[in-house]
Design a protein around this ligand. Structure first.
Ligand code: SF4
Length: 229
């Protein structure tokens, strides 16, 4: 079986709870939604794009070449769980080589997660707030997803843009607290709006979330600030 892979490279994790750890990133091509501010070509719904078709064995060889003293292999996208059948082949190969697996996901495809969760170590799960993404709400999917991901080291990431509403943020925090009120809950300011008051908005939302949760952090995308991939 082959999968569409946009790129494989080593860098530092630029988002979330594991900010700064060295990882090999495997960027899968294709996504099941289209957020307004998406910066990933892989999300575009088109046949032509920048990707290479790769088998799990070939991809493993590329990862082995790239990996130098890494914390984990980050499966990112796009949405990696769209490639569930391919991941069923790849994940055992990674684990046989001693790699920890870090999944970056939009937190919607819970059935796929359920099949793969035993072979995943870390889950960086987005909550897609409708007022941030311009998409419909995925609350039911997020809750089902989180109830599976909670078996592993999971944290939640919410991109906050100037259009994000307090109603959505409050709902998200409450939903997370119903699963685990101590979960790491990250408010990530939209990098494009850093100069436009978004950090103040994140701090205001942080207070709202702390009514429900114990560990709410405002964390920017540091790879963009540092100018690395
Ligand atoms: S889920 Fe991620 S990859 Fe997909 S459209 Fe949204 S930001 Fe882009």
């Amino acid at each position: 079986m082959k999968s569409k892979i946009s790129e494989v490279f080593q860098s530092i994790q630029g988002e979330g709870k594991y900010l700064g750890v060295p990882q090999v990133f495997v960027r899968f091509y294709g996504c099941n939604i289209k957020c307004d501010w998406c910066d990933t070509e892989a999300s575009l719904e088109r046949e032509e794009g920048s990707f290479k078709e790769s088998s799990s064995q070939d991809l493993l060889e590329v990862i082995l070449k790239e990996a130098q003293s890494i914390h984990s292999v980050s499966l990112t996208g796009g949405e990696p769980l769209l490639q569930k059948d391919f991941l069923r082949e790849l994940l055992p190969l990674l684990r046989q080589r001693g790699f920890l697996v870090y999944l970056e996901t939009n937190g919607i495809l819970f059935s796929a997660l359920e099949e793969l969760i035993d072979q995943i170590d870390f889950v960086s799960m987005d909550f897609k707030l409708p007022s941030s993404t311009g998409q419909k709400a995925f609350w039911e999917e997020h809750k089902a997803f989180l109830n599976i991901a909670i078996k592993k080291d999971v944290f939640i990431k919410n991109v906050i843009s100037l259009s994000t509403t307090e109603v959505d943020v409050r709902f998200a925090a409450k939903l997370a607290s119903e699963v685990n009120r101590d979960i790491v809950f990250i408010l990530q300011p939209n990098t494009l709006e850093i100069q436009d008051g978004i950090v103040d908005q994140c701090q205001r939302f942080q207070k709202v979330c702390l009514e429900f949760l114990t560990d709410v952090r405002v964390v920017p995308q540091i790879h963009k600030i540092l100018g690395v991939r």
